[in-house]
Design a protein around this ligand. Structure first.
Ligand code: AP5
Length: 206
């Protein structure tokens, strides 16, 4: 199974990707998590990416495409993978189609007025990448691995506004791209977390 998750910042892509990847026993590949790991490890790629991420801009296509092309050749992707946050531009989608074929693109649809509240209340685990919302889990440490949770730098209000604008301009056109390819599954992301998971599984025929 090869899946793509589409949706605006804060739609719940990461939250759902973790559950769906576990269900299908496939690798969960979040390009955002990969870039944040590069920044934490102070690599040249991380240093270059940080300036874009902090402004809420997209990292250049060539960098991301090379990163994903290499990542999906690893052993843990033999059974399939779920791409969370890639592709994000038509150029990325066209490049992906050249190196692999995906089964479905799942579009998690959430009204824009809900997104800022979701993002501003998010707390992340630096070690395992789990995301929480303060309204659902208010502890300071990760429920799964015990690491101290933190708030992402790009979750500040001004940056969030730009991320939403960039999403509308550059990523939303992918909905029509995958619809034309007959691969689009759209689910209502404005429901409880479990209900969204059920809708995705139903949309995938599982
Ligand atoms: P990335 O990390 O991919 O961020 P994003 O797409 O902006 O998405 P988010 O992680 O903000 O949200 P999410 O949809 O995963 O929501 P979550 O599940 O956490 O990318 C960050 C940056 O990296 C980009 O801006 C860009 O610079 C760069 N980048 C990454 N990929 C790139 C690419 N391909 N090309 C170029 N640049 C790239 O949920 C959000 C919150 O809501 C959480 O608190 C969660 O607990 C809560 N929540 C989740 N579901 C529900 C629900 N059903 N009800 C209520 N609350 C919920």
């Amino acid at each position: 199974m090869k899946l793509i998750f589409l949706g605006p910042p804060g739609a719940g892509k990461g939250t759902q990707a973790e559950r769906i990847a576990e269900r299908f026993e496939i690798a969960h590949l979040s390009t955002g998590d990969m870039l944040r790991a590069e920044i934490r490890n102070a690599t040249p790629l991380g240093a270059a990416a940080k300036a874009y991420i902090d402004r809420g801009e997209l990292v250049p296509d060539s960098v991301i495409i090379d990163m994903v092309r290499e990542r999906i050749t690893r052993d843990d992707c033999k059974n399939g993978f779920l791409l969370d946050g890639f592709p994000r531009t038509v150029v990325q989608a066209e490049a992906l189609a050249e190196f692999t074929d995906v089964d479905y693109a799942v579009n998690i649809d959430v009204p824009s007025e809900r997104l800022v509240a979701r993002i501003s209340g998010r707390r992340m685990c630096p070690d395992c990448g789990a995301a929480y919302h303060v309204s659902m889990y208010a502890e300071p440490t990760c429920r799964k691995c015990g690491a101290t949770l933190y708030q992402r730098d790009d979750d500040r209000e001004e940056t969030v506004k730009n991320r939403l604008k960039v999403y509308t301009e550059k990523t939303a056109p992918l909905i029509a791209f995958y619809e034309a390819a007959g691969k689009l599954v759209t689910v209502d992301g404005d429901q409880a977390v479990d209900a969204v998971t059920e809708s995705i599984l139903k949309g995938l025929g599982a």
